[in-house]
Ligand binder design. Structure first.
Ligand code: FE2
Length: 284
C-alpha cells in the first residue's frame, strides 16, 4: 500500500457526524490508514487522538461533522456560502461506509449517466437516458467546474411533485470533496446544494459524509436525510461492485462510455496534483 500523498495528509477530512458522536462518549475510525479515536463531552468539546501513538490531532467542527488531519493542514476546510445562508435547511445526510476508493465515489457523484438505471423513478427513468453535452473547466481556484448539465428527473428532490428537466452544476473542490448545485422546483433562480465529503479510510475504503443545504420549501431535515440515504443506498452496491476498487488514472484504462467529460477532467486533475492514494497511477 502506498503512503498517503502529502496533499491529503496535510488537509482536513471529516471523521464523524456530530449528531452520531452525541449518542456515545467515543468513536473509533481510520483516516488514511491511521487508527484514530474521537471523544465528545457534554460541554461540546471534541478531542481526536491517534490510537497508535496517543498523539492529539487538530479538530475543526463544521457542516455537521468533526474534521481532523493526520498532518498539518495547510488550508482551511472548503468554504460553502450556501451552507451559511439563514433560510436554508441544512443537515448531515448520514455517513455511509463504502468498500471502494473515495475517488471512485467522487467520480460516481459526477456521473449523470447512471441516474435512470441506478436511481430509477427518482433521479432518472428510461427512455430519458441521454446525457447532453455540458461544459467542464478548471477554475482559478483549481476546482473542476461542470456547468450546463441537464437531465430529466421523475422525482428530483423531496420537494418535487412530478418529473422535470433539472439543471445541475458540479464542482470538485479537493481530491475527496465534491458538491453539486441543483435547480430548485419552486425557486428556480436559486440552487439546492449538496456536498459529499469522502473520508479516505484506506486506498480501497471510504466513508461518505454528505451534507445538504436545501431551500426550505415544504421540507424538513428528516425528509431530506431520508431521501439522501435512499439515493446513496442505491449507489453503494454499484460502487462496491466496481473493479478495480482504486480509480485508474490512465485515460485508456477504462471503456470511454463511462469516462465522460467530467470524469476525464477529474482524472487529469488528480494526475496534475500528484494524487495517487486511492488511485492506480497512469503509466509513465
Ligand atoms: Fe448515484
Amino acid at each position: 500500500m502506498a503512503e498517503p500523498d502529502s496533499i491529503l495528509v496535510n488537509d482536513w477530512h471529516p471523521v464523524v457526524e456530530l449528531e452520531f458522536l452525541a449518542t456515545r462518549d467515543r468513536f473509533a475510525t481510520v483516516l488514511l490508514g491511521v487508527p484514530i479515536e474521537i471523544a465528545g463531552s457534554g460541554s461540546g468539546e471534541v478531542r481526536v487522538v491517534r490510537r497508535d501513538t496517543g498523539a492529539a490531532l487538530p479538530v475543526h467542527i463544521e457542516y455537521g461533522h468533526v474534521f481532523t488531519s493526520t498532518g498539518e493542514p495547510t488550508r482551511d476546510v472548503v468554504h460553502f456560502p450556501e451552507c451559511h445562508e439563514a433560510d436554508r435547511i441544512c443537515v448531515a445526510g448520514g455517513s455511509i461506509a463504502v468498500h471502494v476508493s473515495g475517488l471512485r465515489a467522487v467520480e460516481n457523484f459526477l456521473d449523470m449517466g447512471h441516474f435512470p438505471f441506478v436511481h430509477t423513478d427518482y433521479l432518472g427513468v428510461e427512455p430519458y437516458t441521454e446525457v447532453e453535452p455540458y461544459q467542464v473547466t478548471v477554475t482559478e481556484e483549481n476546482e473542476i467546474l461542470a456547468t450546463r448539465c441537464r437531465f430529466f428527473q421523475p422525482l428530483a428532490s423531496p420537494s418535487a411533485d412530478g418529473g422535470m428537466m433539472v439543471d445541475y452544476e458540479y464542482k470538485v473542490c479537493r481530491p475527496y470533496t465534491v458538491c453539486l448545485y441543483k435547480s430548485n422546483p419552486i425557486e428556480p433562480e436559486r440552487w439546492d446544494f449538496i456536498v459529499l465529503f469522502l473520508q479516505p479510510v484506506s486506498e480501497e475504503r471510504c466513508i461518505a459524509h454528505p451534507y445538504l443545504a436545501y431551500l426550505p420549501h415544504n421540507l424538513d431535515n428528516e425528509t431530506n436525510r431520508w431521501f439522501m440515504q435512499l439515493i446513496f443506498s442505491q449507489d453503494k452496491p454499484i460502487l462496491e461492485n466496481q473493479l478495480p476498487k482504486r480509480l485508474p488514472l490512465d485515460p485508456r484504462a477504462e471503456i470511454p462510455a463511462r469516462s465522460d467529460a467530467s470524469s476525464l477532467a477529474y482524472r487529469r486533475w488528480l494526475i496534475a496534483q500528484g494524487v495517487t492514494y486511492g488511485a492506480i497511477p497512469a503509466a509513465a
